[in-house]
Design a protein around this ligand. Sequence first.
Ligand code: ZN
Length: 119
Amino acid sequence: MKELREQIDSIYNYFKNNDEQDTELNKMFLKVIEGITDKLEEIQVNLENLDENISYLNEDLSDIQEDIFEEVTLEELEAYEDEYIEVTCNNCNKAAFIEKSALENNKLIPCPFCNNNLK
Ligand SMILES: [Zn+2]
């Protein structure tokens, strides 16, 4: 981008300093180059802002990742697994893992395989 900018600047200066070529076409050309230079500057600023935003986003993401992995310890995971009970269906004889609280709070626990009540 910097190199391109320098090339455009040198073309611009060449036409600007060349008085013999002070024609309408020359003026138009200078105007176009000015426009391109302005646009380039705008794009560069936008790119820098984007870069900055992306690095903020990356920081936020790693904060979130840290939070997720910090908050669930191995003990907590094991405790979570303890909340499920393996129940074997009387009807189809398949084993299903049912949440302990669901077993305690519901009279009807349908078997995920045959819909038979597991309680
Ligand atoms: Zn069943």
